[in-house]
Structures are given as C-alpha cells and as structure tokens.
Design a protein around this ligand. Structure first.
Ligand code: ASP
Length: 441
C-alpha cells in the first residue's frame, strides 16, 4: 500500500498540531509521502504564514524595511521547532530569504517559503527525506503547469525514496524561478504526487471531517457525505472550494486514485471518499446541495430563433468578446437565457447588450439581477422517478418562486434559479425534504 498524505495549514499551525500530524503519519506505514502546507491560523484572529510572507515581501518590493515582519515569521517557525524539541536551526534559511527579498526575486518565491520551511521542519521531525518541489514540479514558460514533465521528474525522483516530504503549493520554471499554484494549491501538489507514485489513496487532511450534504452555515449540523464521485463534486464546485482546491481532482482522476478527506483533529472519522465511480448508493437520493447568490440572467427573445443557425454561438460570442464566462444557458423556442456572475457582468452589461444587438438582432433583451442558483446533485437521481417533482412542489409549499430550471443531460444534477432572498430557505427546504424526511423517501 502506498498513501500520499497532504496536511493543510491548520493541521500544521503549531507544535501541538505537528504532533497530531506525525502521529497520524506514523500510525500507518503506507503513509509514505507527505505534503505539508504552510502554518495556518492558530486561532481565528491569527494570520496564515503565507499571508505574512505576502505582506513582508510587499514591503521589500517597495524598498521599505521588512526585517521586523520577517522576524515575526521566523518566530512562528521557532515556536514550532522549540515545541517539537528539534535541534534544527533556520537561521541560514532566513538569511537567504532576506537576501532574495532585497534582490526582489518575486512574489511567487516569497509565497512559497511558507511551505518550504514547514517541510524542512516536517522532514526533520519525521526523519524523512526532504525533496524540494522546485526540483520536481515544473511550469512551462507560459506559466501553465506542465503535468507530463512533472510526472516524469517526480516519478523518477521518488522511485528510489521509500519516504519523503515534498512542500505543497509551488514548483519552478525550467530556469529555476519559483512559481506557485493559486491559493490553497497544496491540495494540487498532493494530487500530483499521488499520481506520480501511483498511490493507492490520496489522503487530504484538514480541519473538517469531509464534505457536508449542505453548507453548515445554512443548515444546522448537516450530515456528512461518505462517498461522492468526481463528477458529482464538480457539479457541487461552489460547495467544495473551502475543503479541497477544485483543480486537485484532475491529476488523481487521471489514474483513478481515490481521494479521502480526513480530519486531523478527529482522525478516527472515516471522512469523505471521492471516487471515480461507485455502486454504493447515496443514502438520501441526493448526494449534496450547493449554490451561490448574485447571478444575472440575460434573457434574449427573438421570433424564430430556433431555426436561425449559429444564433447561440453569436450570443455567446458577445460574452466571450467581453471576457465574461457563463454559468448556465437554458433555452426555449424563441428565448435564450444566459446566466452570468453579477460582479463580472455589472461593469460590462451595456457593452454586452449592444454586442448582442449587433450580432443577432434580437426582438428584446431583458436583464434581471439578484438571482441565486442551487445545484441539487446526486448520482441516484437518474434512477429515481419523481425527484424533480418533489423538489418543485416542496419549493412551492415554502412559497419560493422558481425562476429557472436546468437539468443536465447527465441527470446528475438539477439546477434551480431563485431570487437571492429565497436562497437559504430553498437550501433548507431541499435538505429537509431529502435528509430529514429520509424515512419517507
Ligand atoms: N499556503 C498556501 C495558501 O495559504 C497554499 C495552501 O495552503 O494550500 O494558500
């Protein structure tokens, strides 16, 4: 068995948390490759070390004094080293960082040091080999992650290493310059390493016991999702972002390696399994509900639209030319609606409207804002008659007006548009329908 384990910032924020992490790693010999994040918050008002590095480097780049900020970061690490009773000294490392900051080596380098230093500590504490991500994770010259080159370099490097610690979040260009992934990117590194070593499992350790069926800020104590497929998770993308970086599923998905989300503070919980496919039915017909507020619907009417070849393409071109991505596009015979994010669209709305007029000569365009969308997702829905009917009648009973319905051809999800102000009630209504009323399902 070969398991790759990634630990998030809250799992490594203090010596206490490091001890829990090490106990988890040592409790299973299969946990051979470890991907640490930078130290996260120790308490709610605390600052993540990555953010401290950003602040510190901004001063360096502005030719201001940055030593005080760098010392505060060094103290965070020293607290961990002392708490773990290690001999390790990071003095030389901080001297190099200080020099590089003065030379303005770049913000990516600065941000990456959080993971780099934490991994040095972790490697020392576990007695594992340290492998710098800069030597094995490669970005192409255009800044895009080079998955094939990376896979080859990593597989080669780790082939002969029984156990290793590899910092998350960053890699390097061929010339050695450091480049980071987007925020939360250590999740991606873990997935890349799991692929390269052909791991049996990729464990992602965080501070929650997995994905919940609904957002706990909206529903009290929602139940946990035990198993979810990659595709379902993509449909629930709005929900997952705070638990797992949305790009983290792609490298392991490539190889059919399951991801197990686990809780460092409650290691006996089984967590959530993210798998390619499963014959396990989800208990509640639906696997999860997620949604987001603040969408705009752009309704376009034109008689005989249905027989006009290229109509849809030209409408979308108006959005593309203005750099706006669309979220959903339900259509009727003579109408087509494009759902876009309000914040992206607001500044450009009149430009888009005139582009649509120019491109498709519509009869009428109407824009409606302050809409929310809800994705009700479940692999079980396909084989269950009446799911949509139950959703719509429950929403009607809750006095919620449905503004849009979209069911993907995969029958994996039903998307419902409602007014922003009805959003929370809609989520609670659907949760109640499928989970609280489980016995009547
Ligand atoms: N430390 C980085 C961040 O704060 C990356 C990560 O934690 O995954 O975004």
């Amino acid at each position: 068995m070969k398991t790759v384990v990634k630990f998030g910032g809250s799992s490594l924020a203090s010596a206490e948390q490091f001890k829990k992490t090490a106990a988890i790693i040592k409790s299973d010999p299969a946990r051979r490759y470890v991907i640490p994040s930078a130290p996260g918050k120790r308490f709610p008002a605390d600052m993540k070390v990555t953010d401290m590095f950003y602040v510190c480097y901004a001063k360096a780049e502005g030719n201001e004094k940055f030593q005080k900020e760098l010392e505060q970061i060094a103290e965070r690490y020293q607290e961990i080293i002392t708490g773990l009773e290690l001999e390790l000294s990071l003095t030389d490392e901080f001297a190099v960082i200080s020099e590089n900051f003065s030379a303005h080596v770049g913000v990516n380098y600065a941000a990456s040091r959080g993971e780099y230093l934490n991994s040095l500590i972790m490697a020392e504490y576990l007695g594992y080999e340290f492998v710098d991500a800069a030597s094995v994770i490669r970005f192409a010259d255009d800044g895009v992650f080079d998955s094939e080159k990376t896979n080859q370099m990593l597989a080669e490097r780790l082939k002969s290493l029984e156990r290793a610690v590899i910092p998350g979040f960053y890699g390097a260009f061929a010339d050695g310059r450091i480049k980071t992934f987007s925020r939360g990117g250590s999740d991606i590194t873990g997935s890349i390493v799991a692929r390269a070593v052909m791991a049996d499992v990729y464990e992602n350790w965080t501070d929650v016991s997995g994905f919940m069926v609904a957002d706990p800020r909206i529903v009290d104590n929602p139940v946990l999702i035990e198993t979810i497929t990659y595709r379902e998770l993509r449909e629930l993308a709005y929900m997952g972002a705070s638990v797992l970086h949305e790009e983290a599923i792609f490298p392991v998905r490539h190889e059919g390696i399951p991801i197990n989300i686990r809780n460092t503070n409650s290691p006996d919980d089984g967590g959530t399994w993210i798998v390619e496919s499963t014959c396990q039915k989800s208990k509640y017909v639906i696997t999860g509900i997620a949604g987001k507020k603040d969408f705009c619907a752009v309704n376009i009417d034109k008689d005989l639209m249905n027989s006009e070849i290229g109509f849809g393409r030209r409408v979308l071109q108006a959005f593309e030319d203005n750099g706006i991505s669309f979220e959903h596009m339900p259509s009727g015979i003579d109408t087509l609606t494009v759902f876009v994010h309000q914040d992206e669209f607001a500044d450009k709305e009149q430009k888009v409207v005139s582009a649509i007029h120019r491109l498709v000569k519509p009869d009428h365009i109407e824009i409606e804002g302050d809409l929310a969308t809800l994705a009700i997702v479940g692999r079980g829905m396909k084989s269950m008659r009446g799911t949509a009917g139950r959703i719509f009648s429950a929403l009607a009973h809750a006095n919620i007006n449905i503004r849009m319905i979209d069911q993907g051809s995969s029958e994996l999800s039903i998307i419902v548009g409602v007014a922003n102000e009805d959003f929370e009630l809609a989520v609670r209504t659907i949760y109640h329908l499928f989970v609280d009323n489980y016995s009547t399902n």
